[in-house]
Design a binder for this molecule. Structure first.
Ligand code: F0G
Length: 466
């Protein structure tokens, strides 16, 4: 019999940042002050911060060393060329348009490719992506497989595109009204779920026939490549770096938030193959972001990202990264907590509708659960349900997506296994008091991306716990 040999993180800790546990009274006051919106808490009020994996990663000593090599020339920074080389090598896009972060790339791409009245299919919406498509005059259409909306389905590739839904849209409105499809790899709001290579190949083939471009949201494509390696036939012997190239090779371009996979605190890019699209994008980048050789990033940021990209595709790195998320998810599943399954790449998603069945969707159970978890433990999480989904731009009605989730998002290389244990124990504490959690109603609702800055009042009394 062979003994089990655990894997461990392929790094050791050189610098630490103290965190402080607050009292329950402090947290009750803080969350009230924040209008029951975890986005409005101060960082110092949070013990374990699982709001997002965006820009919250720990950089390596090599990346920090690269920061000192920042070439802050306005034009033609050497760090731009290092970044361009890294994107060409690992993602394969010839033309790189740097942006301040992912949504900068989404804005530019949407303006270049979408005409008023166009339709843009995608495998589930993402908040900023859909908004930029709508602002450019387009209408988003969800073409993810049904399993993507079912938190209990164990489908290994819940991010897959449903080809029948895509064909139906194209037949309904005509291919000339569909400039491109956005394929999220992985799909954040489905729970960090991957797309299979087989599915991506089918999508690419169909879209080529129809003259529709395939644009990846490559924000967490390395995590997607890892799932392909682990789950798809024929890929177990291939490196994550090679699989990542294979994923990108099936697309015409990508928008990227470097703040996730690429292990940096800020930055993003648009990558394309078509030189005409690149030229139009370069014309717009100078309007919205900065010169085409920095796009809103400092030289040092571009250097850190170039180095972060190379680190992000290392097999042992990505195994430890996704492995830590799976560790937390496994603990919660074992304890009977309803979570989105299988466990995704960047986060564990609590099924708030199932956890708080006494709260109607109209009083935002996921928003309430995030507040309750914070008060109980100091852990900051994020709502990913009806508040995030916003209102329909035509009818003005609230959109109620099937998934009403709270996301426990794991920053890369930041927290230890003990932090994951505390997190799982804290969720169980809230579950024990679930009937006492109160619903929420809007006190202030911003027009765009309301989840970031909205404020709420508790329904039926003061305090998130009755
Ligand atoms: N696409 C996906 C799939 C994302 O998750 C994000 C950001 C973006 C695009 C936009 O990138 O923030 O750099 O402008 N997601 C963060 C999150 C905010 O917490 O999930 P950005």
């Amino acid at each position: 019999m062979s003994r089990r040999r655990s894997w461990a993180e392929p790094w050791k800790i050189k610098v630490v940042e103290p965190i402080r546990m607050t009292t329950r009274a402090e947290r009750e006051a803080a969350v009230r002050e924040a209008g029951y919106n975890t986005f409005l808490l101060r960082s110092e009020e949070c013990y374990i911060d699982l709001l997002t994996d965006s820009g919250t990663s720990a950089m390596s000593d090599q990346q920090w060393a690269g920061m000192m090599l920042g070439d802050e020339a306005y034009a033609g920074s050497s760090n731009f060329y290092a970044l361009q080389e890294a994107v060409r090598k690992y993602y394969g896009y010839e033309h790189l348009i740097p942006t301040h972060q992912g949504r900068g790339a989404e804005n530019i791409l949407s303006q270049v490719l979408i005409d008023e009245g166009d339709f843009v299919p995608g495998n589930m919406y993402f908040t900023t992506t859909r908004l930029h498509q709508e602002l450019a005059g387009g209408t988003f259409r969800d073409v993810i497989i049904d399993e993507g909306h079912d938190p209990s389905s164990e489908h290994p590739f819940k991010g897959n595109v449903d080809l029948a839904k895509l064909r139906e849209l194209v037949e309904e409105v005509g291919a000339e009204r569909v400039p491109y499809i956005t394929v999220g790899v992985t799909v954040n709001l489905a729970g960090g779920q991957p797309v299979s290579m087989a599915n991506l190949r089918e999508v690419a083939e169909y879209c080529r026939e129809q003259g529709i471009l395939v644009i990846l949201d490559a924000t967490r494509a390395v995590e997607n490549a890892y799932f392909v390696q682990q789950r798809e036939d024929g890929y177990s012997d291939k490196s994550v770096a090679r699989i990542l190239r294979e994923i990108c090779d099936l697309s015409d371009g990508a928008t990227m938030s470097g703040k996730k996979d690429s292990l940096v605190n800020i930055g993003g890019w648009l990558g394309v193959r078509d030189p005409r699209i690149a030229e139009q994008a370069r014309n717009l980048v100078v309007v919205y972001e900065g010169l085409h050789t920095y796009g809103g990033m400092a030289g040092r940021d571009m250097e850190a990202m170039a180095r972060g990209i190379a680190e992000s595709v290392q097999d042992d790195h990505i195994r430890a990264r996704v492995g830590q998320v799976e560790y937390l998810g496994g603990k919660l599943i074992e304890a009977g907590v309803p979570v989105v399954r299988p466990i995704g790449g960047h986060a564990v998603f609590l099924d708030a509708a199932a956890m708080l069945p006494h709260l109607a969707r109209e009083v935002f159970p996921a928003q309430a659960l995030a507040s309750a978890l914070y008060v109980e433990s100091g852990i900051r999480s994020m709502e990913r349900g009806a508040v995030s989904a916003g209102r329909d731009p035509v009818s003005g009605e609230n959109r109620y997506p099937k998934l009403e989730l709270v996301r426990l998002t794991i920053p890369r290389r930041v927290y230890t296994q003990a932090h994951m244990d505390v997190t799982a124990e804290s969720v169980l504490e809230v579950l024990d008091q679930r009937e006492r959690v109160r619903g929420l109603e809007f006190a202030y609702e911003p027009e765009y991306l309301r989840f970031f800055q909205a404020r709420f009042d508790t329904v039926g009394g003061d305090g998130i716990f009755a």
